[in-house]
Structures are given as structure tokens and as C-alpha cells.
Design a protein around this ligand. Structure first.
Ligand code: AMP
Length: 175
């Protein structure tokens, strides 16, 4: 799927090739793509677990929503951590046969790295790669949770952009 701003050009439609929002210059500057651009194309419902939920409940949540991580919240819905399938696998190796009854709060990562809607996607990708994690909650300036993006979302978005950029270049060459 092309980026949401993309309008497929019609053959001979020179006007579209030169508008500001669709100019080659704006669309080839992929380094200016922000987290907000990605969120526009995504279902931003964030799946959360509570601190005292068991791992047994949480693996069902992960399976049912086909996701790899949940945000962990307290009774006031404040973010307290993140728990991913990696944390569960690690614990299963450490405590074989005894992991499912354990509490989310005992396995989660407490210090969550977040990003803002205005952050450049390229910087977020770098943070995820450097930190070796694949999930990043998006928090706006009012401390509101806007969604969670995954490394898969970022790569997929970038692939769509690259596809679109290739198309634009082809159009510029062919005229
Ligand atoms: P992941 O690759 O996202 O499955 O997570 C790998 C490890 O990083 C797990 O221990 C997670 O709890 C942790 N983790 C995931 N996302 C974040 C994040 N945004 N900030 C800090 N730690 C994270």
C-alpha cells in the first residue's frame, strides 16, 4: 500500500507531478517522515495488561490479538512497563514449568523507551535497533498514549515509501 498521502497519477496528468504535496522533492525526502505519518495508517488501539495479571492470561492476550508485546498499566491506567514475548520466553527457560502463574509485574521491563508523534521515523528505527527491542509506545506532549509502533510497522512503511519513490523516479525519467 502506498503512503496515505499518495494519489495514483493519471497518464499525462502533468499538474499532479508538480503540486507541493506530491512533488518529487517532498516525496523523495524520506528522512523527514515522522511517527505521526505512520500512525495515520495504523489501528492505534493499544493492548494493555495489568501489573497483577498472570502470564497465563497475558499469553492468551498476545495470541488473541496476534501481537508480540503489551503495555503494562496500573489501576489508574498509567503506564508502568512493557512485557514482550521475549520476556516470557526468557522466564520459561529460567523457571521451567512455573512461568504461567507468575505476575506480569515480575517479568516486565520497567524503564520504557517511548517516542513522540513528531519524532523522525529514521531516529525511532535507530533507537529500536540500538536498544534491541521491537516495540515503541508513542506519547504526545500531553502525556497521552497515541499508539504503539513496531519495528515491522517502520520497515513496512519504509518499503512502501521506497516503492513509491521508485515509481516517481520512473515517471520523472519517462516524462
Ligand atoms: P521486543 O524485541 O520488543 O520483543 O523486546 C525485547 C526486550 O526489550 C524485552 O525485554 C522487552 O520487555 C523490552 N522492550 C520492548 N520494548 C521496549 C521499549 N520501548 N523500551 C524498553 N524496553 C523495551
Amino acid at each position: 500500500m502506498p503512503p496515505s498521502s499518495y494519489q495514483a497519477p493519471v497518464v499525462g496528468d502533468k499538474e499532479k507531478l508538480t503540486t507541493v504535496s506530491q512533488s518529487a522533492e517532498t516525496n523523495l525526502s524520506s528522512t523527514s517522515t515522522t511517527v505521526a505519518d505512520l500512525l495515520k495508517d495504523k489501528d492505534n488501539n493499544v493492548i494493555c495488561a495489568h501489573l497483577d495479571d498472570t502470564i497465563a492470561t497475558t499469553v492468551t492476550l498476545l495470541r488473541d490479538h496476534r501481537i508480540g508485546a503489551v503495555l503494562v498499566t496500573d489501576e489508574n491506567d498509567r503506564m508502568q512497563g512493557i512485557l514482550s514475548e521475549r520476556d516470557i520466553v526468557r522466564k520459561m527457560a529460567e523457571t521451567p514449568g512455573q512461568t504461567l502463574p507468575q505476575k506480569v509485574k515480575d517479568l516486565m521491563t520497567q524503564k520504557v523507551v517511548t517516542c513522540k508523534p513528531s519524532d523522525l521515523l529514521i531516529n525511532v528505527l535507530r533507537k529500536m535497533t540500538d536498544g534491541r527491542f521491537r516495540h515503541m509506545p508513542v506519547i504526545d506532549d500531553n502525556e497521552t498514549l497515541m499508539g504503539i509502533i513496531t519495528i515491522g510497522d517502520v520497515v513496512n512503511f519504509r518499503l512502501n515509501e521506497l516503492e513509491y519513490e521508485a515509481l516517481r523516479m520512473k515517471q520523472m525519467i519517462v516524462g
